[in-house]
Every structure is written in C-alpha cells, then in structure tokens.
Ligand binder design. Structure first.
Ligand code: SAM
Ligand code: SF4
Length: 348
C-alpha cells in the first residue's frame, strides 16, 4: 500500500539470516561454545592424564579461522559465545580473538564470555573487560591449598585466587564452577557457599562426566548432586528461582547470602530438552551434543575455500543432525565406556 503523503517508510531492523538455526526437535540454537585450545597449564585429575599429548599446531584453527566461523554462527542467530578449552587464556594472542568477537557485541551477539581456570586472569582481566566480557566462569573445586594441588596436579591455589580477585576488581561478574568429587571436596560445599557469598560470586556444582581417558576410576569420584543438595539444605535456605543462563544448571538463591547456587546434573537429571548449544573444538569439529560422537568438520570446509553462503549451508546441515540428547552412564553395572574425547577438547 502506498504511504500517505508526508509519512516516511519504517526503517527495517538490521536483517540477519531470516532463518535462525532450529534443530530437528524445534530447539533454537543460539549458544556456541568454542574450545580455542586443547592445551592447559593444569592437569586436573578428572579432566586429563598427567602425560596428556596435545594436538599438532597444523590441526588447530588459526584465530582468524575461529573468528570467521564464529561470525558465520552469529549471522545465523548465535547470541552467546563462550570461549573455553583447555585453558583459553594460555593460547598465544587469544586477546585478538576476544577483541574481534567483542566487536560483534550489539550487532547480533549479546554476550561474550569464557570459562577459565583463573591462573592467567591477573594478566588479562582488564583486557577481557575492555573487549566486552562482563561475566566469566572460573573453575575452583576447593578452597584448600593442599587439595587444590592434588586435584590440579600442577596448580597453586594462590595464583587462581589472585586471578579471581583481579577479575572482580576489573568489574567482571564471577561464577565459580566446582566439580563435585566424592571423598575429595564433598565436605567443603558449605564453606564454598559462604566464601562465594562473602565475595559476591555465584557457585555452580557439576557432576563428573565420563569424557576422555583419565588415570583413575570415575565411579570412585562420582557424587550425585541430589545428595549434595539435600545436605546443603540442612544449613542453607535454598529458594527456588527460575533464573536461567541458557545452560543446563538448575539455580537456587541462597537466602542467607543472596547469591545463587546452581547444580549441573547431566547424570541424575536429563537437561537435553532445553538444549540451545553446540560446541566447536579448536580443530574446527562441531559437536552437536556433548554426549554423542556425531560431529561435523569445519576445518575442511574453511580450508577448501568456502564462501559465506557455503559456510552457512554447512552450519545449517550440521544443526539438522543435532540429536535429541545424550545417554551418559557412570555405573559399574553398565559397562559403557567413556566417550574417548576429553572435555578439554570439546570444551567444558
Ligand atoms: N580450563 C578451563 C577451566 O578449567 O575452567 C576451561 C576448560 S574446562 C574443560 C571446563 C570445565 O569442565 C571446568 O569447570 C572443569 O572442571 C570441567 N570438567 C572437566 N572435565 C570434566 C569432567 N570429566 N566432568 C565434569 N566436568 C569436567
Ligand atoms: Fe585444564 Fe580446565 Fe581441564 Fe583443569 S579442567 S585440566 S584447568 S582444561
């Protein structure tokens, strides 16, 4: 219909791809986790063997390739990107990737974040903030220096704590991630809730997942968080909340501290129905599900010289294969082996 005299045409919103990524089960895929390196300066017992062999450099996507791939996802509706690893902050020049991705904030991308072991945050916290990062996850399984050294094999707790405090001082909101390990840190969760409350951090407890060969036996480490939650309720008032980060965690507000505590329970509770994410490894392999083997290779696509339209088609084709969910089992009666890849490859 013609516009009445004097009227101006409404400005069209900036168009991204008109068909955002919807998987076969109707889930919109808006969250991309990117493992930027498989390397790490620690050797957490549940994550890696001590003599871990890392990938040759030629197999790893360059920072430019990672940026291009992330840009293609953003053009297709990705609103949140988390960089992880390995330890993302040990990759050389990784700040250039943070800066180039940060420049996409507000033009399709809503959030850029990272998961880190904290050892390099003293160096990088301010630069991360300047690149547009506002919230980070830092992994810290214990407040005891001895246990920290035993869990991480090579770590010193002071360095991670200094990093956490530097991040707070730089203005970053912090969530502490702790893997619940039976007989190791299960006597500490009350203290960790109190400590997080004191410093203004949220806390997220994670069940161990059967990913990658490690030196020990995982059935010894597995601790169902349903048990942890009931124990915590003896001391803390856990108020139900509908807070969501687009992730699999179930959150409660701790009335006494005002901070949140979350539980990621891939084994006792299946979180797949609301899954909005896919994971890209540092070699350009896209895993549509953390707990399944099916994957799509993007390094080949990129290095074959794909243009933007071909890249977008390859992404859509991968999302069309996203499975309904995972089927992790850690149980002596089920002899199902762990998935061969490590969390440090897929990105936690
Ligand atoms: N290096 C960074 C860090 O530790 O935060 C990022 C990568 S790490 C693989 C990401 C998260 O995965 C960490 O919180 C770590 O504790 C967790 N993680 C590693 N292996 C795991 C496993 N087998 N089960 C559950 N969580 C695991
Ligand atoms: Fe490194 Fe993170 Fe794995 Fe620990 S959990 S070994 S810090 S990648």
């Amino acid at each position: 219909m013609p516009l009445p005299p004097g009227a101006t045409a409404p400005t069209l919103p900036t168009m991204r791809d008109p068909a955002p990524l919807i998987d076969p089960f109707g889930r919109a895929i808006t969250y991309l986790r990117v493992s930027v390196t498989d390397r790490c300066d620690l050797r957490c017992v549940y994550c890696m063997a001590e003599d871990m062999t890392f990938l040759p450099k030629a197999e790893i996507l360059s920072l430019e390739e990672l940026d291009r791939l992330c840009g293609a996802f953003v053009a297709l509706g990705t609103r949140k990107i988390r960089l992880t690893g390995g330890e993302p902050l040990v990759r050389r020049d990784v700040m250039t990737l943070f800066r180039s991705l940060g420049a996409r904030l507000g033009t399709g991308l809503d959030e850029l974040t990272l998961t880190s072991n904290g050892t390099q945050l003293g160096r990088f916290a301010s630069e991360l903030y300047a690149a547009g990062v506002r919230r980070i996850n830092v992994s810290l399984d214990t407040l005891s220096a001895e246990k920290f050294a035993a869990i991480t094999r090579w770590g010193r707790i002071e360095k991670t704590l200094d990093g956490i405090h530097a991040a707070k001082a730089a203005g970053l909101a912090i969530k502490i991630n702790a893997v619940a390990l039976k007989g190791v840190n299960d006597d500490e969760f009350d203290d960790m809730i109190a400590w997080c409350g004191e410093h203004g951090f949220d806390l997220c407890l994670i069940e161990t997942m059967p990913l990658g060969d490690i030196d020990g036996d995982r059935t010894d480490q597995y601790l169902p968080l349903s048990i942890v939650r009931s124990r915590l309720r003896r001391r803390w008032t856990l108020e139900e909340t509908d807070y969501q980060t687009g992730g699999p965690a179930r959150y409660y507000t701790v009335a006494e501290t005002g901070r949140r505590v979350g539980f990621i329970t891939p084994l006792t509770h299946n979180f797949c129905e609301s899954c909005n994410r896919v994971r890209l490894t540092c070699t350009g392999t896209l895993y549509m599900c953390l707990g399944q083997e099916d994957a799509a290779d993007f390094r080949g696509v990129l290095r074959a010289g794909a243009d933007e339209a071909e890249l977008a088609d390859a992404i859509r084709a991968a999302i069309a294969r996203k499975p309904r969910g995972h089927d992790f089992i850690i149980d002596r009666r089920h002899e199902r082996p762990a998935l061969a890849r490590h969390m440090s490859v897929t990105g936690g």
